[in-house]
Design a protein around this ligand. Structure first.
Ligand code: GDP
Length: 463
């Protein structure tokens, strides 16, 4: 039987329909600096493009069911966002000696195309393969913290920042700025050089608070991670007490104008052009580092998690919902770097993270966002090692501590299952170690539960 014109037409129609059924998802990854975003994206791309088999990713259904055909890197569509340096990251991770890649300092993107065999719905009836395009977006969590600025005028924002600078965790690092500010005449006419100098002092205060006190709620976020705004005059502002009488053309008026410009030209566009286009969001949290740094920092970090969660709760009163219309319908909180403790403690870590998010999780679910929490390691830097001692089995880890020469078998402390108060904090604290990456001999990388994360984040898109 010859291939009739009708058949030809049918095939063409089927192909067009099939193409329209190919789907797309924007998956955003965030977390405060050092939380593991760069490692997470590198691992995700590596595991999907080179190691997607049922032994390595048994909990990612499309892979387990043998329906994953291949995932490849394809050119990104968004030409205004820098490309995530995947090859460079893999070179560092697999060099000899292996090193961690450079951390996220701006927004980055990368596009993957995943070809698979659908097993459900129209896609399955229309043909044997379909493609899911995945846009990965990696951005500093510090930028999210700016959202609340949109709700404040300059005077309110200044009061809040100045009060925070006097808090116990921050005051030592903010002292120099507060001294300079005390000498500052906000009523005189604009002195560009002075404004620049004082905003630099403020920037140093914020950076010192971040580095030494590991505080998370610091504004403006671009002073910490400026992205392409490094040195821009838009960033030359700082909090300042409001004068009794506001006048035009004064230093105060200039600071107020810059604050408003920052909101309009930096914060709003970030939400409008990026954030609102994300479909799914992963938030990485380095709970082990927060535990290691003690009760005050732990409290700061847990506050930051609650603040972050509030952004995704799209109830009527939510600022984001009122200003923009966000899309995110799945939110995954990850206690990352779980390979820094033995496998027997992963459950504790997951429970601790759950304890931190649970108060908000219910409201989030109510407003239509599916939320999950898990402990995982994007890139394992240790091996598990059981050691027998006095008839007991100790679940140790084995690896090369960062910046050290020798390999070590280490028994990390058990993480608590819920947030401890200062009074409950153990006297010996929580000493966790950072390790150098440990690629396999063949240059592949190991992960823990990245397949669980993928199933939650994109599993429903590849049925
Ligand atoms: P970013 O600032 O969020 O991009 O964080 P990075 O991805 O650069 O990670 C910061 C540091 O955390 C790295 O240099 C590593 O020391 C460590 N790290 C990141 N991911 C992992 C992981 O999965 N396991 C372990 N053990 N360490 C990790």
């Amino acid at each position: 039987m010859s291939y009739s014109r009708l058949d030809k037409f049918k095939d063409k129609a089927k192909n067009i329909l099939k193409r329209t059924l190919d789907s797309h998802i924007t998956l955003a990854v965030t977390g405060l600096s050092g939380s593991g975003k760069t490692a997470f994206i590198s691992a995700l791309v590596h595991q999907l493009t080179e190691q997607a088999n049922d032994k390595n990713m048994p909990f990612f259904r499309v892979v387990r069911e043998g329906r994953h055909i291949a995932t490849t890197l394809v050119p990104q569509k968004a030409l205004n966002i820098p490309t995530f340096a995947y090859r460079q990251a893999m070179d560092s991770l697999t060099s000899k000696p292996a090193t961690w890649p450079e951390s996220t300092k701006r927004i980055n993107t990368l596009r993957l195309a995943m070809r698979y065999r659908p097993n459900r719905g129209l896609r399955a009836q229309l043909g044997d393969t379909a493609t899911l395009t995945i846009d990965l977006i990696d951005y500093p969590g510090e930028w999210l913290m700016d959202l609340t600025m949109l709700n404040m005028d300059y005077a309110t924002w200044s009061n809040k920042q100045l009060n925070m600078l006097r808090s116990p965790v921050r005051k030592d690092h903010g002292a120099e700025f507060l001294d300079v500010l005390a000498q500052f005449d906000s009523q005189k006419s604009v002195d560009e050089t002075e404004l620049k100098q004082i905003s630099n002092t403020y920037k140093h205060a914020l950076r010192a608070i971040k580095q030494h006190a590991h505080a998370a709620n610091l504004q403006p976020g671009r002073m910490l991670i400026p992205g392409d705004l490094e040195g821009a005059p838009l960033l030359a502002f700082f909090p300042c007490q409001a004068p009794q009488l506001k006048q035009d053309n004064t230093q105060y008026a200039q600071l107020e104008a810059r604050f408003e410009a920052y909101k309009a030209q930096v914060v709003k566009p970030f939400y409008k052009e990026y954030f609102c286009r994300f479909d799914r969001q992963v938030v990485l949290v380095d709970l082990l580092r927060a535990l290691k740094l003690g009760p005050e920092i732990f409290a700061e970090q847990t506050d930051a998690i609650t603040d972050l969660l509030a952004f995704f709760e799209y109830g009527k009163s939510n600022l984001l919902r009122r200003l923009f219309s966000p899309n995110i319908d799945k939110l995954l909180f990850v206690a990352n770097k779980a390979d820094q403790v033995g496998v027997n403690y992963h459950q504790d870590l997951a429970l601790l993270l759950h304890d931190l998010v649970k108060s908000k999780a219910n409201e989030l679910t109510f407003s239509g966002v599916e939320i999950d929490t898990m402990a995982m390691a994007a890139i394992c830097a240790t091996h598990n090692k059981s050691v027998k001692e006095k008839g007991r089995t100790l679940h140790c880890i084995y690896g090369k501590p960062l910046h050290e020469e020798n390999w070590l078998t280490y028994l990390p402390p058990q993480p608590p299952r819920y947030a401890l108060s200062k009074a409950q904090w153990p006297a010996h604290g929580f000493d966790y170690l950072d390790f150098a990456p440990m690629p396999n001999e063949d240059g592949t990388l190991r992960h823990m539960r990245l397949d669980h994360a993928l199933e939650f984040l994109i599993g429903d898109k590849v049925r």
